[in-house]
Write a protein that binds this ligand. Structure first.
Ligand code: PAF
Length: 292
């Protein structure tokens, strides 16, 4: 039976009790509206740890757009059923006040991270978003304490940021897990629920554009601008509004497109379809597919 707790304070005590009995904790932070992508993280945590806990909290600090926050899908009851079935031991929620009893919505007093991690792409398109993620992730990590924390690769910049936070925190081992996709290639996302059938079909172009870049990379293309152009051409369809379709060296994050790429490259896309903002990314050379 999954234990449901209403505050981070209760969750913190629960996690400490588990550690006191020698149990290892796996932790999956979420904002709810769970799909197979989240459940893959939970299942991995269940297979690698004695105890798995999940948080469900829609963090207002990371929404730069009030309408996006308002329309973010919420499905607590079915989330709990899915988590129970996936073998989750504890779920906790909370409010802004219980997560930040000392400073409500202020982002002050947080651990410094490498400033470049808070810049470029998502930082430019969603001002304040990464700072909001940073503020809540610090609280989530402080709540659960020593654990392995599981994150999906779909939010690529977020994974860079949380690894940085975890390094400074010292007790958290961040495990980044592959993006789970629909059969069309579309990355699973809670936001997909807001897409019409036609928009869902169109949205698979994001993955196709990443695969296009991947194919070119495999054929030896290393020019960032040409890789970008290939993706932009693929996304040049009525109904798709591109925010960025670009490449970065994942080991050396830069705010702007790098002038050249060596051994590693991450292709990243953000686009609006049907008014819904979607993101996706792919490590070039890693995709097991070769279709265009
Ligand atoms: O990836 C998410 O769902 C959120 O950004 C997270 C990590 C739960 C923080 O609110």
């Amino acid at each position: 039976m999954t234990t449901l707790l209403d505050t981070p304070q209760q969750a913190s005590r629960w996690c400490q009790r588990q550690r006191d009995t020698g149990k290892s904790i796996g932790y999956v932070p979420t904002m709810g509206a769970l799909h197979d992508g989240h459940l893959s993280l939970v299942r991995r945590s269940v297979s690698e740890n004695d105890i798995t806990c999940v948080s469900i909290f829609i963090n207002p600090l990371q929404f730069n757009n009030p309408e996006d926050l308002e329309s973010y899908p919420r499905s607590m009851e079915s989330d709990l059923v899915m988590l129970q079935e996936a073998g989750c031991d504890m779920v906790y929620t909370g409010s802004l006040e219980t997560f930040f009893p000392d400073q409500t919505s202020s982002l002050e007093n947080s651990v410094p991270v490498e400033p470049v991690k808070l810049r470029g792409l998502e930082a430019d398109c969603r001002p304040g978003h990464l700072e909001g993620v940073k503020a809540i992730v610090e609280r989530l990590f402080a709540t659960v304490g020593q654990c392995s924390a599981y994150f999906g690769e779909k939010d690529f910049q977020q994974t860079l940021l949380v690894k940085d936070i975890a390094n400074r925190h010292g007790e958290i081992d961040v495990v980044v897990c592959p993006t789970v996709r629909e059969t069309s290639g579309l990355a699973m996302s809670s936001r997909n629920q807001r897409l019409s059938t036609a928009a869902l079909e169109l949205a698979s172009c994001l993955y196709q554009a990443l695969v296009e870049a991947d194919n070119a990379w495999r054929q030896g293309e290393r020019n960032p601008l040409r890789l970008e152009q290939l993706m932009q051409d693929k996304l040049d369809r009525p109904g798709i509004e591109i925010e960025y379709a670009t490449v970065r060296d994942p080991l050396n994050w830069t705010i702007d497109t790098p002038t050249h790429l060596n051994d590693s490259a991450q292709a990243l896309i953000a686009a609006y379809i049907d008014g819904v903002r979607l993101i996706d990314n792919l490590a070039l050379g890693s995709c097991g597919c070769s279709e265009s």
